[in-house]
Design a protein around this ligand. Structure first.
Ligand SMILES: O=C(O)c1cc(=O)[nH]c(=O)n1[C@@H]1O[C@H](COP(=O)(O)O)[C@@H](O)[C@H]1O
Length: 236
């Protein structure tokens, strides 16, 4: 494990893939102190979620803004600068060298950590080939991690099934964030490369991103506590 965790609860990042701020606020209230770190992506981000992000930061929570930036360098750098000013802890970009370099320039001296998305967890070998990448998942992940490391990107987003090889390629410094995390028995949905919270931590993930298994569960607080307990078992 490369990262340090002042609060071990930080290792669970809950994806607030929800349609409104009011819905998100209700879920966050039900989760209570079972989580300290929330991710805001397209669905909530385009529905007022950036205002909620500011409120969460003001309340002492950590926020991960997940817009998976990929654009011309100037646009990426200036977008990241805005995210840094918002107080986000993590932000994603796609792992294209020009984009990664621009993001690292845009963050400047801020504590915002840039995470490079390697191969989406909803992609299997066939999806990657269909998209025109002939190298296969493992080689594409390895190549993107090597470029990210060379550029000095703060961390990597990858599948939990990639985490062990990513840790080897990344070295001890970078953080590894794995979505595609499913407690035993949870529906995988569109996730194709998945692992349990326990397996993901044991494989080398520093942070786990979990969305639907928590926010769509009948008791988000209990579901979050169950994942936190599994993380605790994995690090024991
Ligand atoms: O960057 C991400 O967070 C991300 C990368 C990836 O490869 N796969 C992936 O699922 N994610 C995000 O992680 C979350 C996973 O949500 P659930 O499948 O509901 O647990 C979603 O918000 C995705 O956008």
């Amino acid at each position: 494990m490369s990262a340090t965790f002042p609060d071990p609860r930080d290792r669970l990042i809950i994806a607030l893939d929800l349609p409104s701020v009011s819905t998100a606020e209700s879920i966050i209230a039900r989760i209570g102190d079972a989580a300290t770190f929330y991710k805001i992506g397209y669905e909530l981000g385009f529905a007022g979620g950036l205002g909620l992000a500011r409120e969460l930061v003001a309340d002492g929570k950590k926020v991960f803004i997940d817009f998976k930036l990929h654009d011309i360098g100037n646009t990426v750098a200036r977008g990241v600068a805005s995210l840094a000013a918002l107080g986000a802890s993590f932000a994603t970009v796609h792992a294209y060298p020009q984009t990664m370099r621009a993001a690292m320039e845009g963050k400047g001296a801020s504590p915002l950590r840039i995470l490079a998305v390697t191969v989406l967890t909803s992609y299997d070998e066939a999806d990657l080939a269909e998209a025109g990448y002939a190298g296969g998942v493992a080689a594409t992940v390895a190549s993107r991690v090597a470029q990210a490391r060379e550029i000095g990107v703060d961390g990597i987003v990858c599948a939990p099934t990639d985490a062990a090889s990513v840790r080897t390629a990344l070295g001890a410094k970078g953080v590894i964030v794995t979505p595609g995390v499913r407690p035993d028995g949870a529906a995988t949905g569109d996730q194709k490369r998945v692992a349990t919270p326990f397996a993901a931590i044991r494989a080398g993930a520093d942070y786990l991103v979990v969305g639907r298994p928590i926010v769509a569960s009948p008791d988000p607080g209990a579901s979050a506590r169950a994942v936190q307990a599994e993380i605790a078992r994995a690090v024991a």
